[in-house]
Design a protein around this ligand. Structure first.
Ligand code: NAG
Ligand code: NAG
Length: 264
């Protein structure tokens, strides 16, 4: 999968434009080839060291190194182009650390960013990467799950221009899996139960909250009725009591309702 990423970023490198509407001001260090004809692409890995996160430096770096040994990947680049991997610890996948890591990487003349993979951290970096360097700095990530990242990214006006989402899955896909399931069984409404800060290893802070936001967005679009239940606002009640509160009689069939009204 990573080979696809690298091919993609090679295309982006060739095709950039300056999003500030200025003449590109190339710093000397941004040139891929030096005066002696030595060519080297500097790729910055912006990922946490903390191994709690699925996409951490210790997990991703070896994968990239392995990918670089593959002939298909090597042949994708002109002969004699080296890769240099620079690593930056995005402490705990935090957005502020992600921005400062990206600035460090820019100062170190990185040509391309790999990561961050956590949604909040990614959003901060992806918003500025189009302004970094003469023609913007491409950003490749397996993250970017929330639906905002799925929107078009072809022009400078697009919020996340220069971002390439190379992951296999986003929350939009999960939402449509849910929607198709609902339609298949002819179910009409659902209760969305979320623990907002769970699964941080997947997409960082608020992974489940962002997933629920994405679900809500598409359920609304598809006109499926949903009730959100954030388990952290329990009103002092336990799960059993809250389930009763949220479900109520909303899921009883019309038939049973008839019986109940006839009993009255
Ligand atoms: C790694 O991240 C997790 C989740 O944010 C945190 O609870 C833990 O303390 C971190 N570990 C270290 C060593 O910083
Ligand atoms: C939840 O609270 C109710 C009422 O206080 C109690 O009867 C029930 O046993 C509780 N359930 C659990 C799983 O604690």
């Amino acid at each position: 999968m990573w080979c696809v990423f690298i091919l993609l970023c090679a295309c982006v490198l060739v095709d950039g434009q300056n999003c500030r509407g200025e003449e590109p001001r190339l710093r000397d260090c941004e040139r891929v080839c030096d005066d002696h004809g030595r060519c080297r692409i500097r790729a910055a890995l912006l990922l946490p060291k903390n191994t709690t996160y699925g996409a951490c430096l210790a997990a991703v770096e070896p994968v990239l190194e392995l990918a670089m040994q593959d002939t298909a990947v090597r042949e994708a680049f002109p002969a004699g182009v080296d890769f240099e991997w620079l690593t930056y610890d995005v402490t705990d996948c935090d957005a502020a650390y992600a921005v400062i890591s990206a600035i460090d990487a820019y100062n170190d003349c990185a040509h391309v960013f790999f990561g961050p993979a956590c949604d909040f951290a990614l959003a901060s970096v992806a918003r500025i990467s189009k302004f970094l360097g003469g023609t913007g700095t491409p950003l490749v990530t397996t993250g970017g799950f929330t639906f905002d990242f799925v929107k078009p990214k072809q022009t400078c006006q697009d919020e996340f221009y220069m971002l390439v989402r190379a992951g296999p899955l986003g929350f939009e896909d999960l939402a449509y899996f849910l929607i198709e399931t609902m339609r298949h069984f002819e179910w009409r409404q659902l209760l969305l139960i979320t623990e907002p800060e769970a699964q941080v290893h997947v997409g960082g802070k608020s992974t489940c909250h962002l997933m629920m936001k994405s679900f809500a967005n598409f359920l609304k679009m598809e006109e499926i009725i949903y009730t959100p239940w954030d388990t952290t606002s329990d009103a002092g009640l336990n799960y059993t009591e809250n389930l009763k509160f949220y479900l109520g009689y909303k899921y009883t069939t019309p038939k049973r309702m008839d019986i109940r009204s006839s009993i009255k």
